[in-house]
Ligand binder design. Structure first.
Ligand SMILES: *Cc1c(COP(=O)(O)O)cnc(C)c1O
Length: 402
């Protein structure tokens, strides 16, 4: 790698600039765009150099299971965006969640998690961790007393998402971080819905932030990826070796796509959030719609908290149809531009019926407790012209009510 010029002081630069230039490490060719290093390993000038590299006495790359120049550029750029000391990339969001939790926990430990978790995260906490002797308590994340009551002497991790999927409840990250720290536990936040541009959990007191980079970071529905961010010490001491030895590695190709996508993340998130806010307001006026859930709307139960901890309402809204499942299905089927799919943060607007898809594994009483009613829909707003989207959802709402 060529270090001809001093890199800019990214701490003084704003997020959009960090996302275009941060982490870029040029080869001897001086390429403008970041290079893709599709290589399993690296060659050494001498046996002595190989020895020094393996011993960690000489900086450099050894094996792409745990370090690769393109993946390292993505990690560096993501850390600069988050304001984190360090980042590690993984093959998917679930690889990031699993590795983060497994890195911080051992047999005999206890986890407190908000019930409203992404389905696979719930599986990890409820079904998988117990196999390794880690118990858990699920709480209604908005009720701070439940968090306090659930803490035990062996609680080592508190885990939450905010806004939650799919009902967009807002959890108080700063208060929950205090409860975790008073109990000697670390707070892990899955920040997928808010994105690092709209919410920075580390600044609110969280210890670890995890992402599915599959969502807004790629933002174009092409690849899966994940990230774990936190202090350098925490990542070095707990996370790095687990990733190195277990190998949930992000491919250099996917890292390259994600690295390039980060350049446009601020434009996409700003546009998609602005469109989501407009769609939420328009859908709330439709007769077939019982209610709209969107964090920055006046009628959102935690609007004030959302405005305290987020910079905008986000790219996703939820709506509840008056006519239950039948009306929700009519709404989905009448859409022309918005596609029926389960990604989010995508350039394409996507609608999901959680009760029969993403959350169908949950028993009806658990769904009800989480607010996942038969009439609930999640709408991830994309980059189409907002007027076309407004026409599409208005027409679909009219057919759903008919
Ligand atoms: C998608 C998602 C995940 C899992 O990410 P993958 O990249 O699909 O493995 C975890 N948490 C949340 C909130 C998600 O939306």
């Amino acid at each position: 790698m060529n270090a001809s010029k001093n890199p800019p002081d990214f701490a003084k630069l704003r997020p959009a600039t960090r996302l275009v230039h941060g982490g870029a490490a040029r080869s001897q060719f001086g390429e403008t765009s970041e290079a893709m290093f599709l290589t399993q390993g690296f060659v050494y000038d001498s046996a002595e150099a190989a020895e020094a590299r393996f011993k960690g006495e000489q900086p450099g790359f050894v094996y792409s299971r745990f370090s690769n120049p393109t993946v390292a550029m993505f990690e560096e750029r993501a850390a600069l965006l988050e304001g984190a000391e360090a980042a590690r990339a993984t093959a998917s969001g679930m690889a990031a969640v699993t590795a983060a939790l497994m890195s911080l926990l051992r047999a005999g430990d206890h986890v407190v998690a908000a019930r409203a978790l992404f389905g696979s995260c719930l599986y990890i906490v409820e079904d998988w961790l117990p196999r390794f002797g880690v118990s858990s308590t699920l709480v209604d994340g908005g009720d701070l007393d439940q968090w306090r009551a659930a803490m035990r002497p062996n609680t080592k991790v508190c885990f939450l998402e905010s806004p939650t999927n799919p009902q967009l409840e807002i959890l108080d990250i700063a208060e929950i971080a205090k409860i975790a720290h008073e109990g000697g536990a670390r707070l892990v936040v899955d920040n997928v819905f808010a994105t690092p541009l709209l919410q920075q959990p580390l600044a609110l007191g969280a210890d670890v932030v995890v992402y599915s980079a599959t969502k807004h970071m790629d933002g174009q529905g092409r690849v899966l990826g994940g990230l774990i961010l936190g202090s350098r010490q925490l990542l070095d001491e707990h996370v790095h070796n687990v990733l190195r030895q277990t190998g949930p590695t992000l491919s250099a190709f996917n890292a390259w796509l994600l690295l390039k996508s980060l350049e446009t993340l601020p434009l996409r998130v700003a546009q998609q959030s602005a469109s989501a806010a407009r769609l939420a307001d328009v859908l709330a006026e439709e007769g077939a719609v019982a209610r709209v859930l969107y964090p920055f709307r006046k009628d959102h139960p935690q609007e004030a908290l959302a405005r305290r901890q987020m910079r905008a309402g986000g790219t996703v809204l939820a709506l509840e149809m008056k006519g239950g499942k039948a009306a929700a299905f009519r709404f989905c089927n009448a859409l022309n531009i918005v596609k029926i799919s389960n990604n989010l943060g995508d350039a394409k607007s996507l609608v999901t019926h959680p009760a029969t898809t993403t959350h169908q594994r949950l028993a009806p009483d658990v769904q009800a407790r989480m607010g996942i009613t038969p009439g609930l829909l999640r709408l991830s707003v994309g980059l189409e012209d907002v007027e076309d989207l407004l026409d599409d959802v208005r027409a679909a709402a009219k057919s759903a009510g008919a």
